[in-house]
Design a binder for this molecule. Structure first.
Ligand code: HH2
Length: 404
């Protein structure tokens, strides 16, 4: 007799719950087994050696484990990165286990549980000045509209407000949930334009569109003056590629207007960002940077439910950095904010495929697949119709995996 065997590749909890339900497992058993089947890995950096040793002991005592530097037991190196490996039900015991321990471990235990919850249940909506942007019913496509003469892929095409509005309406028709309008190119080496010039390009478009387009409008700018006028004309989201660092007034402007804000990581500014960018660990450094920026935003009065984070593909990153960020994009959920990513037509796709800017759609789909798999909620793209088709099929397959 041969038993039919099958290695289950589904990693999501919902997928496993469906299998167990189909096999007639009782609801209590399903909950217990699903929690046991999912191994979670939490990385903690810069842990003092004695604390790393305690973490390992405590994890072993509940049937989990922690990977630490092999010499940490001798106290040299004095600090270690720690990888906690445990299933969900064991991880939930950490606050109790860590509570009596020194070195701030009591807080760490609570923090880990919060981190896992925040990463697994990202916000279902982003609050706008008037209403909200729904993220629960699937990834949102952010359609790019550059009213610039020099943007790297659509420069010069939408300088005329009539043409720009037509394209915006077309993108909404095609499936865009947000229209992102920019009046200054941020391509590598781009020169800065004045606020007056930038505003002269975007305001007529936003003013015309505001009454006629159903999707919220986002203003892609680093300047508070431009953001303020754009919001006054009907925009609802500020997309600042400088992470609200370029203009010190941006924090206050965003807070006052109750705008939603995309905070994107860039190393330096567009003029210098590609001058030998270097990182020891690109994902960890950008995670820490975004953590600091979002703290500063909230301290300035921008509400948590208005923030979207973006690792800034191509902004002060080499090919290897862009690929690593996409490979590890799911880790950005650790921040507890919706994640947006913009890979569309960018030069890293050209580096891998050898294709020119207008011929990078298929290469971009690989980045899109990775982004969706990593739980990215907003994708910023030029090719809305094609992206919408991809997303529809991806969602249909996801639905099957989750038993819908
Ligand atoms: N990329 C570009 C511009 N704005 N904003 C966010 N949040 N994320 C991105 O990845 C991003 C962005 C660059 O693309 P594009 O607008 O097409 O070109 P240009 O900057 O030359 O106008």
């Amino acid at each position: 007799m041969r038993y039919p065997l099958r290695l289950i590749s589904a990693r999501s909890r919902t997928a496993l719950e469906r299998y167990l339900a189909d096999a007639g497992v009782d609801p209590y058993g399903i909950r217990v087994m699903a929690a046991k089947a999912e191994t979670l890995i939490v990385r903690i950096d810069c842990v003092p050696a004695p604390a790393a040793n305690i973490i390992k002991q405590q994890l072993l005592s509940i049937g989990g484990d922690a990977a630490v530097h092999r010499e940490v037991i001798r106290g040299n190196p004095p600090r270690s990165t720690v990888y906690i490996v445990a299933d969900r039900s064991r991880l939930s015991k950490l606050p109790d286990k860590f509570a009596p321990q020194p070195f701030g471990l009591a807080e760490l235990g609570e923090e880990i549980v919060r981190l896992v919850a925040a990463a697994e249940e990202p916000p279902a909506a982003v609050s706008l000045p008037d209403g909200e942007l729904d993220l629960a019913s699937g990834p949102v496509i952010v359609g790019v509209l550059n009213a610039t003469p020099d943007s790297f892929s659509d420069g010069g095409r939408y300088l005329d407000p009539g043409k720009a509005c037509e394209r915006a309406l077309e993108m909404v028709e095609e499936g865009a949930g947000v229209i992102d309008i920019g009046g200054e190119s941020s391509r590598p080496g781009a020169a800065e334009v004045s606020a007056e010039e930038e505003l002269g390009r975007v305001r007529p478009i936003i003013a015309r569109l505001a009454g006629s387009v159903s999707a919220p409008i986002s203003i892609d700018t680093r300047k508070a003056l431009v953001a303020e006028a754009a919001l006054g004309a009907g925009a609802a989201i500020i997309n600042d590629v400088s992470g609200l660092r370029h203009d010190p007034a941006m924090l206050e402007t965003a807070a006052r207007a109750q705008a939603a804000v995309v905070v994107m990581h860039m190393l330096g500014d567009p003029a210098t960002m590609q001058n030998k960018p270097s990182y020891d660990d690109v994902t960890s450094e950008i995670l820490a940077w975004l953590g600091e920026r979002t703290d500063a935003m909230m301290a300035a009065g921008i509400r948590r439910d208005k923030i979207i984070v973006d690792p800034g593909i191509g902004f002060g990153k080499r090919l290897e950095h862009n690929l690593t960020l996409l490979a590890e994009i799911g880790d950005f959920r650790s921040l507890g904010f919706p994640v947006m990513v913009g890979y569309s037509r960018k030069s890293f796709l050209g580096s891998v495929t050898g294709r020119e800017v207008g011929d990078r759609l298929s290469g971009g789909f690989a980045a899109l697949a990775r982004a969706l798999e990593g739980g990215v909620r907003l994708v910023r793209v030029h090719d809305v119709r094609e992206t919408a088709d991809f997303v529809k099929v991806w969602k249909a397959i996801e639905g099957k995996a989750n038993g819908q």
